[in-house]
Ligand binder design. Structure first.
Ligand code: NAD
Length: 423
């Protein structure tokens, strides 16, 4: 395939990784592989200029993006990232992963992602609001409850989603809650959304543990990242009897071979803002995390943390990818050779987008479910997804990641073929 002219070799690594993942799935797609090029090109990429009047009266210009990678199976779905390193190629990759994630979970969405190249921590609340509203107006052309539905990602919050919803609604002339998800609950947000991703990590982890004969009540667990995803997953494992023996955040790496009291750590973190200084545990060097022997390892912080070298030394049976893209393709190969099971990000952390789907459905119906209903429906979808992928991996004799890509690509490419959009 001819390379896209706008793929930048310096900034395009994430997109190139996505293309490599598509190459890996190609041999398993039979006749459908003729059509895989569809996924090697984003459907629509919008670059916008966002002028913002700052509090001191000057005007600054920010670069913004919204990419709809695929809308074959439904409206685009994916977050908006406010971060100084955001670039078009990164947003394209993140949109591509959303296409795969939504299809692997069989949600009726395509994949999209957005971003603004800005450090939101340097803006006042008013500047952040003006930036968000102008960005929303600039991408207004292509978003909407039936077109493309943004959500929070790194650097964006329920408040940012509330401003996006309000700006879109002002232009539409009526309140359109279904245009974004991850809103505050009193503005059409869903119960259970904030805990959904960590809960999904736990639910898929339980299923995978059962498949490999690992008893959760006696398992040991290490968690990198103690935020929205990692803390909830750690709490659920702790409550199910597992020992969470190590927790790392950006300030400290806590270790105790008899297990850390997670509810107490959560209370401490809430008070202190981070985990450093928590009593009765060892604060070890951050690189030591990868040398700890534990049945389950949960990377739930950053992308690209498990390199080939780390993959060679990890002493674990099961990796649950709470973060997006924590494992390099080369590390993936090493872990597969060593027989370590990885529940890939596109399944493991899909609890968030699943409850976002529920939020969208509830907004469109103007009828809201209880948190128990949300959790139950999410568990059913997540369990089915991991079972489908597990069976496919057994059948095709491949990793769970490749199996997830096979399941997703088949769904997308079949939909595309039956719509008559294919050569
Ligand atoms: P968060 O900001 O709530 O928490 C991030 C955690 O990572 C914090 O505890 C932080 O201290 C820690 N961290 C940051 N830098 C670190 C470093 N250098 N070393 C160790 N720890 C570090 O973020 P989150 O919402 O929990 O997201 C975590 C990951 O999960 C990201 O990759 C995100 O894309 C992915 N994810 C999140 C959701 C969601 O619904 N929040 C959904 C899907 C995927």
């Amino acid at each position: 395939m001819q390379n896209l002219s706008y793929v930048d070799e310096n900034e395009g690594q994430a997109w190139l990784n996505f293309l490599e993942q598509l190459d890996r799935v190609e041999p398993y797609l039979g006749d459908l592989k003729e059509n895989l090029d569809h996924l090697r090109r984003p459907k629509r990429s919008l670059i916008v200029n966002i002028p913002v009047k700052m509090d001191d009266g000057t005007v600054r210009h920010f670069e913004g993006f919204r990419v709809q990678h695929s809308i074959t199976r439904g409206p685009g779905k994916g977050g908006v990232r406010f971060h100084p390193d955001v670039n078009l190629n990164e947003v394209m990759a993140l949109a591509g992963w959303m296409t795969i994630k939504c299809a692997a979970l069989n949600l009726p969405f395509g994949g999209a992602k957005g971003g603004v190249r800005v450090d939101p921590t340097t803006l006042s609340k008013n500047e952040l609001e003006r930036l968000t509203r102008r960005y929303t107006t600039e991408i207004n052309l292509i978003i909407g409850p039936q077109k493309d539905i943004p959500a929070p990602d790194v650097g964006t919050t329920p408040q940012v989603m509330a401003w996006m919803m309000d700006t879109y609604s002002m232009n539409a002339g009526s309140t359109v809650t279904g245009v974004v998800t991850g809103k505050p609950v009193h503005l059409g947000g869903s119960l259970g959304r904030s805990k959904a991703t960590g809960r999904g990590v736990f639910v898929t982890g339980l299923e995978a543990a059962q498949k490999i004969g690992l008893d959760i009540a006696h398992a040991t667990v290490c968690v990198q990242g103690f935020g929205n995803v990692g803390a909830e997953a750690a709490l659920l494992f702790h409550e199910s009897g597992a020992k969470v023996i190590a927790v790392q955040d950006h300030t400290a790496t806590l270790y105790h071979p008899e297990g850390i009291n997670i509810p107490d750590l959560l209370a401490y973190q809430k008070q202190q803002g981070a985990i450093k200084g928590f009593d009765m545990v060892h604060d070890i060097d951050k690189n030591e995390l990868w040398n700890i022997e534990a049945d389950i390892f949960i990377p739930a912080a950053l992308e690209g943390v498990i390199s080939k070298e780390i993959a060679q030394k990890l002493q674990t049976k099961l990796i649950l990818e709470g973060a997006n893209g924590p494992t390099d393709p080369a590390a993936d190969d090493v872990l597969n050779e060593r027989g370590i099971v990885i529940v890939p990000d596109v399944i493991c952390n899909a609890g968030g987008v699943t409850v976002s789907y529920f939020e969208w459905v509830q907004d469109l119906a103007s009828y809201f479910w209880t948190e128990d209903e949300i959790n139950h429906r999410m568990d059913v979808i997540m369990r089915k997804a991991i079972h489908d992928v597990w069976d496919r991996a057994q059948h095709a004799n491949c990793s769970l990641r490749t199996a997830a890509y096979i399941v997703a690509c088949e769904r997308i490419l079949l939909a595309r073929r039956d719509r008559g959009l294919i050569i």
